[in-house]
Design a binder for this molecule. Structure first.
Ligand code: AMP
Ligand code: MG
Length: 346
């Protein structure tokens, strides 16, 4: 079994994955309430929280699942906040020493890459190796607070980044938009909630730059356009039209993501479409991408809600899914890399 630790940003998480059964335990301590009052993640506070919460989470792991069958430790080694990653790395090394098992560093983005496959594996663990061949090459969209990118996962499990954002990530655009609208943090879920009573065509926001066949994203224009619009409105007007503003803004983000995904899918050769990262919780986005998958006649794999935000389940699963038969019996080392890109070998 693989015991995984995640602490790249503002969630302390532990998970245990059994290749024969799936995830047998997952625990997350979220720091949202702590950072909320600062309007964003404060690195020093996050580091201190990770330090406080790993021990109790590991005690729970030991009590609820046990550690005796753990044969491999996996830990997020980047990208993320350097000091936060270091806490997870130190905890992982200590565990590896105590349990006398190897430790491997896992790229956080690789966790997001594999997260839509966790549910498929759980349906029929013994058949996963064979079935995943039917799903690769895979086109995936990762949308989170720090990243927005399209990638290809090919039949040899190589990852190619097809595009990224030129400025803000989609989640960042939603969080910053929410801030301009005077809402709280994180903004994505609040904008989604307020959108329910609004019209998505009430305001016309830009849908990102570039030609139709260009795959890069851009969200800074959208944010600026909201700022200019709000400067022309009175406080009462903004308050009264909040649902319309939220619905239109959210739709602009969803449209931008959907259009680029469609353009990538239409290049052909993909056998499945995936969606992961915190923004993947958004129901409008999930529905839009599901329609794109239908249109492209490929299965749609969306990460389950508990695997969209930061979690250790996807780190354990990626560690396992990424490894070849040889590596599966010997972890391949640990180096902390705060700015690791997606396509780096680990
Ligand atoms: P992550 O960076 O993966 O931890 O995800 C956090 C980001 O996801 C933040 O930018 C949130 O605003 C965003 N997010 C979370 N839930 C939703 C939602 N339901 N709709 C849109 N964005 C969301
Ligand atoms: Mg997070």
């Amino acid at each position: 079994m693989i015991l995984a630790l995640e602490s790249s940003c503002d969630e302390t998480a532990v998970a245990v994955f059994d290749p024969a059964r799936g995830l047998v335990g997952e625990w997350v301590h979220s720091q949202i309430a702590l950072h909320e009052r600062h309007g964003g993640v404060v690195p020093d506070l996050a580091t201190r929280e990770h330090l406080r919460h790993f021990a109790p989470l590991l005690e729970r792991t030991k009590a609820e699942v046990g550690l005796k069958d753990v044969t491999q430790i996996a830990v997020t080694n980047g990208p993320g906040l350097a000091a936060c990653l270091a806490i997870g790395g130190a905890a992982a090394k200590a565990l590896a020493l105590a349990l006398r098992v190897p430790v491997v560093g896992v790229n956080h983005l690789r966790g997001h890459v594999w997260s839509p496959f966790i549910a498929r594996h759980a349906e029929a663990p013994a058949e996963f190796d064979a079935r995943r061949r039917e799903l690769l090459p895979h086109l995936g969209l990762i949308v989170s607070g720090g990243n927005t990118l399209l990638f290809m996962l090919d039949a040899e499990r190589r990852i190619t980044e097809l595009s990224s954002t030129r400025d803000d990530a989609a989640g960042e655009a939603l969080d910053k938009g929410a801030k301009l609208l005077g809402l709280g943090y994180p903004g994505g879920p609040l904008i989604e909630k307020l959108s329910e009573g609004g019209r998505m065509d009430a305001f016309d926001f830009p849908r990102g730059i570039g030609r139709r066949d260009e795959l890069d994203f851009s969200f800074s224009g959208l944010k600026t356009s909201l700022r200019y619009l709000l400067e022309k409105m009175s406080a009462d007007e903004i308050h009264a039209r909040l649902p319309d503003l939220c619905a239109s803004y959210q739709q602009a983000v969803v449209d931008a993501l959907t259009r680029k995904t469609r353009a990538a899918l239409s290049r052909g050769g993909f056998k499945s479409l995936g969606l992961s990262g915190g923004v993947a919780n958004n129901r409008t986005l999930r529905a839009a991408l599901e329609r794109e998958a239908k249109r492209g006649r490929v299965p749609f794999l969306a990460a389950e809600p508990q695997h969209t935000g930061d979690n250790a389940g996807m780190i354990a699963f990626a560690a396992w899914a990424d490894m070849t038969g040889v590596e599966r019996s010997a972890g391949s080392g640990l180096r902390i890399e705060p700015s690791a890109p997606l396509a780096v070998a680990f």
